[in-house]
Design a protein around this ligand. Structure first.
Ligand code: SAH
Ligand code: SF4
Length: 448
């Protein structure tokens, strides 16, 4: 399975308040905002979640109103008869806002994006980007992220509806990783006060949310008035029936937090801890602030306290200066850590970052080979680990209801993504036996 850091904000959904209102020019350079409108079925909601993760990774803040957004994405549905007319209404309004200079870019995705009418709509309304359902990942390049077709997989368990929500606990980032544009576009870390976060969590839970994901670029770095991330996590775990958090940074990750994942019943037993490289030389060049040994130690603690948990990571291949022996060190680390999934990125130079100006660029064919080697190594370990779940009975939280003839998509307490043969609605739990496993997902039959 793969992790997600998304939250739904559809036509009828709410927005997650940020710790401060995003403003243009916040971080020296323009701080970018995006608004996603989701029309239609659960699959569209799921696709919106994937796009939301990309936007977050690219340094966008999510807003609810068109007029606050630099980029508006209409993720559309083609099922209802008046769907296109409805979208025309929205496109007309967006065009007006763009003329007034309030909205900068408009993207049309989803089923209408894939339809024959898309070309006509694009011409008529001057849409900047049209994507179908099969190539949603191309949004990544549009917003300045590396190409990532293999990494934002359709298995990504999204978050939808009123049942699950993301709560932003911090914005910005105080690191200066050589390759990363986030600090430039989002500025330095700003932590949201604990009471403020708890207040939102309580409100969400009262209104029926039963899964809360705490969100930030380096959540473990969260500090406020002497309290640390683990204090916040434990407080939220008292309030919400199901809790997760992302993204963690190895330098800030405390053993106490790893123990809490194992001990607290309401925390989902999965950890997303980006490593980027297994080579100390590369980690130094990237300014990550830790050595591979520290990372391994953190994983040991996680495995000790959360034996059934899932572990995912981010890896960059082909950062300038990466040698064959650096790459070997990454493969070795993957073997040692036995990840359950990973986002694997080919290095892509981002304007204004230190790495963009570095010499010693790795040739594309070498990057491609290393990329596939890393992918294969992760998939092997993920597949092996998933196989161990086969035959077991799991309590599964339903994240996406069944679409057409397909299965519902859920998540075990261990953080595995499961396809289940059930009509249960998002937010419900079912008990089901795991019948099969692939490298990305488990498969369960009818609930018991
Ligand atoms: N704050 C998180 C993640 C930030 S962006 C962290 O520090 O781990 C998400 C991921 O995108 C990163 O972990 C990194 O693996 C990848 N990434 C960011 N910039 C990149 C670039 N220029 N080229 C390739 N991958 C990149
Ligand atoms: Fe980017 Fe590094 Fe900050 Fe993550 S920790 S957001 S990779 S600068």
């Amino acid at each position: 399975m793969t992790p997600t850091t998304t939250e739904r904000n559809g036509m009828d959904a709410r927005v997650v308040p940020l710790s401060r209102k995003p403003r243009r020019g916040d971080a020296g350079e323009a701080s970018r905002t995006a608004c996603i409108r989701t029309f239609g079925c659960q699959m569209n909601v799921h696709d919106s979640d994937r796009m939301r993760r990309m936007l977050l990774d690219a340094g966008y803040a999510e807003v609810q109103r068109y007029e606050d957004a630099d980029l508006v994405i209409l993720n559309t549905c083609y099922v209802r008869e008046n769907a296109v007319n409805r979208i025309r209404g929205h496109l007309g309004e967006l065009n007006r806002l763009r003329r007034e200079g309030r909205v900068k870019k408009i993207a049309l995705t989803g089923c209408i994006g894939a339809s024959d009418e898309a070309t006509e709509l694009q011409e008529q309304y001057g849409i900047d980007l049209v994507l179908g359902t099969h190539n949603t990942y191309e949004l990544a390049e549009f917003i300045g992220l590396p190409t990532m077709e293999e990494t934002y997989t359709p298995e990504l368990p999204g978050v939808e509806g009123q049942k699950s929500a993301f709560v932003t606990i911090m914005t910005g980032c105080n690191y200066r990783c050589s390759y990363c544009v986030v600090p430039r576009v989002r500025g330095r870390m700003v932590c949201r006060p604990l009471e403020n976060v708890l207040g939102e969590v309580r409100r969400l839970v009262r209104s029926g949310t039963n899964y809360v994901t705490l969100l930030g670029q380096t959540v473990d770095a969260w500090r406020h008035e002497g309290r640390r991330f683990c204090d916040l996590l434990e407080a939220v775990a008292e309030e919400a029936p199901r809790v997760w958090f992302t993204t963690s940074h190895p330098s800030n990750m405390e053993d106490r937090t790893l123990r809490a994942i194992g001990e607290r019943e309401t925390i989902v037993k999965k950890l997303h801890l980006p490593v980027q490289s297994g080579s100390d030389r590369m980690l130094r060049m990237m300014h990550r602030g830790y050595k591979a040994e520290r990372y391994r130690r953190k994983i040991e603690v996680f495995r000790e306290h959360v034996p059934d948990g899932t572990l995912s990571t981010d890896i960059i291949v082909g950062h300038p200066g990466e040698t064959e022996s650096d790459h070997e060190a990454t493969l070795k680390l993957i073997e040692d850590c036995q990840f359950d999934s990973a986002y694997i990125f080919k290095f892509s130079p981002r304007r204004g970052t230190e790495a963009a100006g570095m010499q010693d660029v790795v040739p594309p064919d070498v990057v491609q080979r290393r990329f596939l080697e890393v992918l294969r190594a992760v998939e092997q370990s993920a597949f092996r680990r998933n196989q161990r779940k086969v035959g077991g009975v799991e309590e599964v939280y339903i994240r996406h209801g069944r679409a057409d003839s397909g299965r519902a998509v859920g998540e075990t307490w261990s953080g595995h993504a499961v396809h289940v043969d059930t009509d249960a609605a998002p937010g419900e739990y079912v008990r089901a036996c795991i019948e099969a496993a692939g490298p990305h997902v488990l498969y369960a039959g009818r609930p018991l």
